[in-house]
Structures are given as C-alpha cells and as structure tokens.
Design a protein. Structure first.
Lengths: 335, 297
C-alpha cells in the first residue's frame, strides 16, 4: 500500500517535471530576444553570429536542442550559464540555501504571527478585539509583499536603521562554511556573528514575504477555530472545567489547523515565487535575484535550471503538506 | 462513596432564560433533585428542557441569558460566582452525558487522554490513579479490551461504544449530579436499551443524582423516579413518575402519555397532542408573559 503510494508519487513527479521542462524550454526560445545578440558587440559579422550559435547549439532544431539538453539533465549536466560561464547546477544549488533559509524564515514568522493572531481573535470572538483582528489582517493582506519591503526599508533602514537593507551577510565577516546555509550552519557551529549578521539581513525580506501570508492564516484559522468552538466536544471540555484558552489550545487548534494547512501549503509556493521580487528589492543573493538576471540576460540554460529547481521545490513542499495532513488527522492514517 | 449529606443536590428556583429581544425560553422553572434521585425532564422539541441542564452546567448558547432565578448545586449558589470559580465548581460536582456520541469526542485525540485529562488537570489526580479509574469505568460500561480502546481514536469505534465511553467519562470523577441530555436519541433502538440500563446501573451503584432530559415517555417510565413536564418553557406538572403515569393531573401530561405509542397494544389508534390543547396553553402562556412584563415594569 505504502510502496504503491510512493511509486505513484514518484511517477507523477517525473511527469510533472518533464512537463515543466518542455514548457520552459519552448517558452524561453519562442519568446522574443535572443542571447546571441546580447553577447556580441554591435557590428559583429554574420560568420561570428553563426559560430556562436553553433557553439551553444542554437543552430539545431528545437526538438534536437531539447533532446540534447534533456540527455544532459538526466545525467546531472544542466549546461553552462551563458553569462556567468559556470555550470548551471553549481550556480543554482549555490544560491538555493539562501532562498530556502529566507522562505522558511518567512513561513515561520507567518505561522507564528498568523497563528497567534487567530487564537487571540477566536478567544475574544464577538468583541471589539475580533473586529480589530479582522480589520488589521484585511489591511495587511491587501498590501503586496514588495510594498511591505519598501515600508520596512523606510522604518528599519532609514528612520531607525537597525537592519541591513541589502545583501545576505556582512561582507567583512570571513565565512569558511561547507554549505551555503549560513543561518543553519552558523547555528550548528556556534558562529553567532554569522547568525546575527544573516538575521539582520534576512529579517526585513522575510517579514515582507510573511505578512500577507500571516494575515491569510489569521483570517482562515480564526474562522475555522470559531467553527470548531461550537462543536460538542469543545462544549464537553468546558463542562469538564477547562477554560476557554485551554479549550482552544487543547481541543480546537488541531482540528481547526487542518484546512489552514492546505492553504499554507499552497500559499507557501506563492511565497517562494514572491522571493523573486523581494530578493531583488533587498539585493539578497538568492535564487530569485539570480532568476531576474538570467531573464534579463536571456541566459537560457540558467533560466531552465532555476525553473526546474523551483518546480522540484514546489513538489517537495506539496509532499510535506500531504504528509503532515496525515500526521494531524488520524482518520487519514488507515485505509 | 461520599458520606451522605442531607443537602439537596440541585435546586433550581424560578429560573428564567430569555433571548436578547426579551422572549422567554424558560418561564419561572423550579425543580429540585435529592441525592441519588433521577428526575426526567420531558416535553416536545423547543420546550426548553435541554436549556435547564445547559444553564446548570453553564453552557447556554451565548445569545441566551439567565434573567432571573437561582441555581444551587450542592448548596453552592452558582449565580453568585465568578465565571472561573463557577466553571471549576460545576466541573467538580457535575458532569454531562451528551446527546450525540458521534460529535462529542474530539476526532483527533485518542480516547484515553479525553477521559483522563480532566481527572488530572481539573480534579488534581495522579496520572496513575486517573488511568486506573478510566480503565475500571470502561470495564464497568462493558467495554472489552479497555486498554486498546484507550489507545484508539473515536472514528475507530461504533456509536454505541462511543456513548458508553462518554458515560464512563461522565461517571469517572464521581460527580454528585449528571445531566443526561437525550443520551439515547442519536442511537438506534437496540443500543438505546443497553445505554439506558447502563446509566441506571451506574447511577444506582454510585448514588449520583441524574437530570434526564428526554422527549420519550417510554424512557421516562424506565429510568426516573420524578418527572417534570415542560411546555413552552413552563412547568406543567411536577410529580413522581408513578403518579404521572397512574394519575396525571395536567391535561398536557395526559395528552403526552396518550401520544406515546404502545408496543403492547398495537391496535390502539395513534393520538397526537390535540391542537386545541396546544393553542389553549399558548394563550395561557401569553397571558402569563403579559403579567410578567407588567410586574417587572
């Protein structure tokens, strides 16, 4: 049973990734603008253009190009970046930790902030506090992440400059880590100078990404909590002497968290999509920032590599959401 | 068990519950329960019978307010207490057997903690004592393999089993009063009988007083010693079960008994409560309400 599930999952993953590969490969080639023109100085001869095209394989037909590229990908060779002249997989995997750390931090903030707000709103349901929670979360939700970025830059970068507005870590700190997970590895190694500097750079972009999601979580979770709080088992818990806060935390929260979890799973992929703009805004050296450069420079192999990695990331996140769903809901564990 | 006191277990005096617009759901309801007594609360849907139990336990819907009256549980005036004192006082003296066993257990928590948690956290028992008590009671409600059931989730058990678990949970802290809110309505007929017998057995063993809410006169005859008949939130008759069945005083009580189908006499025609009687009663109640409002003005 479990083996079958895993096999089906792997198969659908392969199909999805293949589909993504086809679409992105075709799209970047069909779209106007080509990398060769951007690489050559004005006044290059026809022969120069042909030579360069042949060098990158652009002289072959689209299906031929695709098969050559896919053949490489299957063997772990994602090609070479046209602008950066380095293997795509190295470039992309080198940037992935930065984006992962940023997204996870944003998710953590969103869940903590949204969850706390929802619990307070449900605890004070029917009062002015709940109306306040609704108003604030509605307002927060209607402002996009990059605008929050500008708001934070103004507050914590200009008016009260306590956080760094650009980069990932203070360049004066010497970092000789084995991975690019500066935050995690810094914590593990006890290098708190690195941790502090990483956090100082990460907090603003992470908050910008987190706020809209936090507002969404607050609204949905509060609504779900209110629905659960009229269920018979919560009434019975009150009869048994539990106070309202205990009833929310012990009886209601896990039940109410189930629908919220689905939302968080879907929205988390949007959040990662949001890193593209927010990383740019804060000059944060992650995948999103690299993606924008790759698109501007028509760096086709790099675009393909980044998109494939994002697709794989989304699939993994969905898998984790499905698994945690089973963990939270015992009814899904059997059969 | 507890040394018998001469305290009345529950005294409800002139209880009035109203909607925000002033419409009364309960009208000057008074009743009392002696230790070890079972009192049935009967009436049709909407008569307010569940509301009495809910107001004693402090779980009225938020839109309803107790506008007047006293609830005295084991000599303690509940109305005079702060919400948190009231909550713990009620939890330590009373328990609820809910109507629908399918919705009264938390679907994501195992059975064991759902029984044991309140014993530990509210009654201050040790984990071992609470667990032993839970196992003992599950055994007494005829649950085979109680250890396994404690480790199960609600969806793995049948409705009848879940109701027996809820009965065990209600009796576990040795309450002085149990409110049984139509505990057999959601179950099929064969299981209903078992559940009734179980509640009566445990009630007799422990000497717990039971406020038994039901709309079924057949159930009343089986389980209670006293009966309160309600119509539109007003007490129509308050008597011993025997008196109610042999010599009902109020026309509404007589009509209710006549409306109960009898399995012994299937030939007897089905006779619903006459519409004329109901409209008469409503008229009387409207007059009462006018007087009540006048007196309060």
């Amino acid at each position: 049973m479990l083996l079958k599930t895993v096999l089906i999952r792997l198969l659908t993953t392969a199909v999805t990734l293949f589909g993504v590969a086809v679409v992105v490969f075709t799209l970047v080639r069909v779209a106007p603008g080509n990398p060769i023109a951007m690489m050559l100085p004005p006044g290059a001869t026809e022969a120069d253009i042909e030579n360069l095209k042949a060098l990158y394989g652009f002289d072959k037909s689209l299906p031929q190009q695709f098969i050559i590229w896919l053949g490489g990908v299957v063997q772990g060779d994602f090609g070479t970046s046209i602008t950066l002249r380095q293997p795509v997989d190295q470039l992309v995997l080198g940037r992935l930790p930065a984006t992962l750390e940023l997204s996870l931090m944003a998710l953590l903030i969103a869940v903590a902030l949204g969850g706390l707000t929802a619990v307070i709103g449900a605890r004070k349901r029917g009062t002015g506090t709940e109306i306040g929670v609704d108003l604030v979360s509605g307002a927060v939700l209607s402002i996009p992440d990059f605008l929050w970025g500008l708001v934070f830059v103004l507050i914590f970068g200009v008016l009260w400059p306590v956080l760094s507005i650009s980069g990932r870590v203070d360049p004066r700190i010497a970092i000789d880590f084995t991975t690019n997970f500066y935050l995690f590895e810094g914590l593990v190694r006890g290098r708190f100078d690195v941790v502090g500097s990483t956090l100082g750079h990460m907090l603003m972009p992470a908050m910008s990404l987190a706020l809209p999601l936090a507002a969404m979580i607050a609204q949905l979770l509060k609504q779900n909590l209110k629905e659960v709080l009229v269920q018979d088992y919560t009434t019975l818990a009150r009869v048994r002497g539990f106070g309202e806060t205990a009833v929310i935390l012990r009886e209601a929260l896990r039940n109410a968290a189930l629908p919220t979890l689905t939302l968080v799973g879907v929205q988390f992929t949007f959040l990662i999509g949001g890193t593209v703009i927010v990383e740019r805004l804060f000059a944060y050296e992650g995948l999103g920032n690299m993606a924008i450069d790759a698109v501007i420079n028509r760096d086709l192999p790099l675009i393909q590599g980044i998109v494939l990695l994002f697709a794989a990331l989304f699939i993994v996140i969905n898998l984790i959401v499905d698994l945690s769903y089973t963990l939270l809901n015992p009814r899904l564990r059997h059969g | 068990m507890t040394v018998a006191t001469h305290k009345t277990t529950l005294d409800v005096i002139n209880l009035n519950i109203a909607l925000p617009n002033g419409v009364r759901i309960l009208r000057d309801v008074s009743l009392s329960l002696e230790p070890g007594e079972v009192r049935a609360l009967v009436g049709e849907s909407g008569a307010g019978k569940s509301m009495i139990g809910k107001s004693v336990l402090g779980i009225l819907p938020p839109s309803l307010r107790v506008t007047e009256g006293e609830i005295i549980l084991e000599g303690q005036h509940l109305n005079a207490m702060s919400p948190s004192t009231r909550r713990t006082t009620v939890a330590k003296t009373a328990a609820l057997i809910p109507q629908d066993p399918l919705t009264a257990l938390n679907p994501v928590r195992k059975i064991g903690p759902q029984i044991v948690d309140p014993l530990i956290r509210i009654h201050g028992w040790s984990a071992d004592k609470a667990r032993a008590r839970a196992l003992d009671l599950l055994d007494r409600v005829h649950i085979r393999a109680p250890e396994r059931v404690m480790n199960s989730y609600p969806h793995e058990l049948s409705g009848g089993m879940r109701q027996r678990i809820l009965i065990a949970a209600a009796f576990a802290p040795s309450p002085r009063l149990i409110v049984a809110d139509e505990p057999t309505t959601a179950l099929d007929v064969t299981v209903q009988k078992q559940i009734l017998r179980l509640i009566r057995e445990l009630q007799q063993e422990t000497g717990t007083a039971v406020l038994f809410v039901t709309h079924d006169m057949g159930v009343v005859a089986k389980i209670s010693q006293k009966v309160t008949v309600l119509f539109a939130g007003k007490v129509m008759e308050d008597a011993t079960t025997k008196a109610v069945f042999t010599d009902p005083q109020h026309p509404y009580t007589r009509a209710l008994i006549a409306a109960t189908p009898s399995y012994a006499d299937l030939e007897r025609p089905f006779s619903p409560v006459p519409a004329s009687l109901i409209s008469d009663l409503h008229q009387q109640i409207a007059q009462d309400d006018a007087l009540y409002k006048g007196a309060r003005r």
